[in-house]
Each structure stands twice: as structure tokens, then as C-alpha cells.
Design a protein around this ligand. Structure first.
Ligand code: DX5
Ligand code: ZN
Length: 240
């Protein structure tokens, strides 16, 4: 039977990891620091030893001064990790041009930036993402006021507090952004996640968790270590 306008969309895989987590905090390695020549092999041991999801950093060379990956990378990750939660972070000027392609490629969650869309526009794009069966996130950069995020937080499944200026892995954590986490946290329902991204390491994660962050992205702190040490890093991020 063809879908009707009122039919419930088929959820993309991995929803429950974010919507009804069996443990918190969630740990999401960012594949930006993974080995682009052997990404599946680099990520599989992580998924088998404590990673809760994978974070895909999409950069367009306009919103941020770097170029990274598109929907095809998402499709390959979905092929090799059919049940995983894939968290796609859209650091792009016009996310509405790309969300359908990423949902078709198996993304679980699509996060765009409040610097790009706020207010009714942001809610409209979240609604579009939901109707297509995916989860929606909203991110805020370090210099940006958190107020526009507070205005529309209820429409999103994920609120992402950037703890570096986006564009590259391996930058230093900006502790002052945790004030934003403290302001967002009281507004959230149990099925909404509060994520930090940038400079998250075993040294900085305790402050994140204390500020109410329950979902941690980490690239260089995980992939920068030899493979044998990565399980220990993820355990340390979680709080030991
Ligand atoms: C930054 C990206 C991050 C980045 C994090 O622009 O959004 O996800 O990969 O890298 P680390 O953990 O090395 O700061
Ligand atoms: Zn990211």
C-alpha cells in the first residue's frame, strides 16, 4: 500500500539508543579522526567495546573552513553497521538541501546549526526530518547565544553544545560553553539528549557530565590512541 500523508514513517535504525537509552552517558566516536582508508575496521572494535553510536561530521567548506564527507559515507557506515545509531552533524549552510539524502543513506539523527536556522524555520526543518523517519538535533557554536536554542528546544531530540569552534578535530575544549548546558538541561524531557562535541576527553568529560551533558562526542581522544587503548578511553569518558 502506498504511504499516505498521515502514515507513521518507518524509523531509521538506532532510534532507541538516543530516545530510550539503557545507560548514560552515551559515547559517540567521531569518525573524523578515524582512518578514512579502513573506516569499518577502525570503527568495529569501538562498537564492540563500549561505543554507543557513531558521529559523522559533515562540513561544506562554507559554514566551516573544511570539507569532509557526504551521504555516501553514511550509506557505507549503515551497510557495515546495520543496527547502529548514526549521528550526522551537518556543519553546512543549507542543511535542508541534504537532509533527505542523509535519511535515505540511513542516518539516525540529523543535527543542524541554530546559526543557520532558528525559530519557525528550525522547527519546520525538524518536522520535515521527523516525518521522514529520522531524529532531529540542533547545535550551537561557542560564540552564539543559547537563547534561540532555548526557544525551540522542545522540537528536537538532540541539543548539541559545541565545545570548540567547528571545523577540525583536535582542538582545545572551551569550558565556558558548559553554562549553556546548564541552561538547556532543565528544559529537556527524558527522551531528549544533551550532547557535547569538541575537545571531549577523559580530562574534560567530568565537567561535561556535571553540567548535565549525557551524550559525548569524541574524535582525537579516542582515535588518537593506539587501538588497544581505545576501550579504556571510552570507559574513562563515561566516568570509569
Ligand atoms: C568539530 C567536529 C567534532 C570533532 C571533534 O568540528 O564537529 O565532532 O570531530 O573532534 P575532537 O574530539 O578531536 O575535538
Ligand atoms: Zn561533530
Amino acid at each position: 500500500m502506498p504511504p499516505t500523508l498521515n502514515s507513521t514513517p518507518t524509523p531509521t535504525p538506532g532510534h532507541s539508543v538516543f530516545k530510550s537509552p539503557v545507560r548514560l552517558p552515551l559515547i559517540g566516536p567521531s569518525i573524523l579522526s578515524g582512518d578514512f582508508g579502513r573506516m569499518e575496521a577502525d570503527c568495529r572494535p569501538l562498537m564492540e567495546s563500549g561505543a554507543d553510536y557513531l558521529h559523522l561530521d559533515v562540513m561544506d567548506g562554507r559554514f566551516v573552513p573544511n570539507l569532509t564527507m557526504g551521504p555516501d559515507m553514511c550509506r557505507w557506515m549503515r551497510k557495515y553497521f546495520p543496527d547502529a545509531a548514526l549521528d550526522v552533524h551537518l556543519m553546512v549552510e543549507e542543511p535542508e538541501r541534504f537532509v533527505d539524502a542523509f535519511i535515505g543513506a540511513g542516518a539516525t539523527n540529523l543535527t543542524f546549526h541554530v546559526e543557520v536556522h532558528k525559530g519557525a524555520e528550525a522547527e519546520k526543518l525538524a518536522d520535515h526530518i521527523h516525518k521522514a523517519g529520522a531524529l532531529a538535533g540542533l547545535a550551537v557554536n561557542p560564540p552564539t547565544d543559547v537563547a534561540p536554542m532555548l526557544d525551540v528546544a522542545g522540537a528536537f531530540d538532540m541539543l548539541l553544545i559545541m565545545s570548540v569552534n567547528p571545523g577540525f578535530s583536535g582542538q582545545a575544549f572551551i569550558p565556558s560553553v558548559l553554562d549553556k548546558a546548564r541552561r538547556v538541561k532543565p528544559l529537556l524531557r527524558p527522551d531528549q539528549r544533551l550532547e557535547a562535541d569538541g575537545g571531549v576527553s577523559p580530562t574534560t568529560s567530568p565537567d561535561c557530565l556535571a553540567a548535565g551533558i549525557d551524550t559525548l562526542v569524541s574524535a582525537s581522544a579516542i582515535f588518537g590512541k593506539p587501538a588497544a587503548e581505545r576501550k579504556g578511553v571510552m570507559a574513562a569518558l563515561r566516568g570509569g
